[in-house]
Design a protein around this ligand. Sequence first.
Ligand code: SER
Length: 880
Amino acid sequence: MDSGTIRDRFLAFFGERAHERVPSSSLIPNDPTLLLTNAGMNQFKPYFLGEQQPPFARAMSVQKCFRATDIEEVGNTARHLTFFEMLGNFSFGDYYKQDACPWAWDLVTDGWGFDPSLLWVTVFETDDEAFDIWADGVGVKPDRIIRLGAKTNFWSMGVAGPCGPCSEIFVDLGDAYGDASDLGPGGNEDRYLEIWNLVFMQNDCNAAIQPIAELPKKNIDTGAGVERLAMVLQNVPSIYETDTLGSMIERAGALTKSNYGKDPRIDKGLRILADHGRSMTFLIADGVLPSNEARGYVLRRVMRRAVREARLLGTEQPVLATLAQGTIDLMGGFYPEIAERSEFILEVVAREEEHFSAALRGGLAVLEGEMTKARNEGRGIPGDVAFLLHDTYGFPIDLTTDIAGEEELDVDTAAFEELMLAQRERARAARKASAPAAPAEAAARLIEQHGTTEFVGYEHLSRTASIVGIADSDGAGLIVAEEGAEVDIILDTTPFYAEGGGQVGDTGSIMGSSGRGRVITTRRLAPGLTGHRLTVTAGALAVGDEVAAEVDAVHRVASERAHTATHILHWILRDRLGDHARQAGSLVEPGRLRFDFNHFDALGTQGVKDISDELQGRVLQDDGVRAYETSYDFARSIGAMAIFGEKYGDFVRVVEVGEYSKELCGGTHVPHTSQIGAVIVTSEGSVGSNLRRVEALVGAEGLAWLKARSAMLEETAVLLKASPDEVAQKVERLLVAQKEMERQLEAGRRDATRAAADDLVSGAERIGAARLVSARMDVSVDDLRSLAQTLKGQIGSGAIVLGASGEGRGNLVGAVTKDLVEAGVSARDILAPGAKVLGGGGGGKPDLAVSGGSAADKVDDAIEAAVFAARNALESVATS
Ligand code: SER
């Protein structure tokens, strides 16, 4: 039974039982607590938690899953994978155990045809209800029902969220897989293979995976791995011999010219290529790009591990693109996203392999040297070596531990982690150095007394407020700030936006009855506490003063233009390049934006132009910009973009532009896109591995830039005595004319040389059958040399001595025809006395030599000396 049939029967079975078919969600979960999608239930988490009303009570899916926890096991065993397909049926407060268990049994036995006598089930140790359903309702023999503890029979996502006791179905693979046990799967994990997990979702757990509450309803979440079902149904000894993975193994074997099933080390390599080849393909299709952070690093690990295995198997040729193509051929029918994005996927993997291949050789040499030392000294691999390999050669740590592990050498991963931590600390410290924060206790005390700073700046640009605190530049508390002082003012309420989400803080003024100050910037001093960094410009400001806080509206609106433009740009990039083109960093300033995003390639001149055009077009479309607060889950359900790694509370602010862009964002925006005015993309370039940066000028700054360009054009036009419209044409004409002039000049020079050559030949001195040509011509050495060549061709038999002075040097070129070279005359020897006169040396061959020296004024003497030598040489040939 092929994998397609296994999926089809599952979908037909639950389809008949009124389950809504839901497509697999992306491997990038819409859930910031989770790195990668690891189960079919991930996308339904808000339904289980009761945060959202499900649109249907029953669902079924074939879900793409990735489990990074098993990465090191892949290859070593018959059943571990990073990427796999999970079949699942779900009930959201609808049916429960009483239906889920018999349905699973029916599908396993009747639908897929498993032999019931080989099946075992497990239940959570205290779940009598499940035990009875299997025994009485389904008719499983009680000795085939095993009670097990929380380690195996209480399921959670591994992060806070819904969880519950579970019950699993196992199949006995037989004696070839080890001894039978009365405890079945409780006694021998290898012989009894889990094929289906039924989770009775009824609890909510915290981050420590401790159940803390009952869920509002009782739910069902099941998961069955397609690859494991296929292994049994196709009667093969491991998942790597099933239809999909088996074909991948075959491709990997062909690529590396190795055979599966003969040597365990080779088998391990082929399994890694097969599994990692699939997982990288699916990860990239869903928008992950290789990088050094988070998901990108997981992807990088699988790709680099695969490359290293291929090299171990003896192939130096690229392999990743072929593995990706294999996955696309095999699975693109059921998962069209990988076929649709095939070109993109192949390009990403090829680049990564190219980058890593060179580093791999260097890194392996280092590691091998270290391993030899370690073995000789009876120790492991030190952390600093692992760090060097990571930092300089791009070795993921598990690659280093893998390689060392094969030689039974330990790696000091604790020391490695420390070095990594120190590196991160250094980077953080460097970032922080510019903004000292108020001491935490002072901030806490202020919040205790006056509450957090109330922000009213979404609606208001001015506000009457009270000064609740003043801090000097070291964060120490002050009661009063005198004229000239630079301090942080803390107000009870403020219209000033504090720097955040890429948008710079507001500027403006704070005015009291006894003094005033200019706000240079606004930033968060501590969570909930806004600091207005200000210079007291007149009088004094004191704690307790009532003040008027006024935001500089020009500065603020200029930032808002850039911020809204950033959202539109982000949307366009994702729309055009794919979901992987996510925001990786942004800076929003008055009139200027800088946006970093994940992408592997330059956008190109045309690409940048198209993006610019669409950006400006969307600005002029004058869509409304709407911001509202809502629950995190609602925001997620409407597809609002969250920035990975940002922490969001239960309530979030969503900013929508028109009907297209939706982002979680706390920043401020223009109400209508046309208020952005102009957006001019001024640059696009790379700022790191698979990281690109777009910079643009917005609003007045954009227009100023255009004006400056236009002025440059006007100036150029004046210089060219043309109108601006004619500039391009005129420059083109000038370039053509210049080329023509150069051509003519060159032709003139050639003619002149030819004429000079003719004169020289006719005036040559005859020595026997040979001719001796000599002349001074103050041209460049190159011209001298080519003239000598020409003359050599014209005189039949003889020697040439030419001299020139220029740029403070005297130069000589000598040439001798072939017949005379054969008779022993050498241009080098002829020039030697001349070179001495010039105070220099020379080089070249017997038929053509060049020499020169600094005595530029002695060129005539030098020529004479060389001619004398030439004459002697020719005479001695003539008389011999
Ligand atoms: N969520 C459970 C699992 O992943 C059942 O689908 O095993």
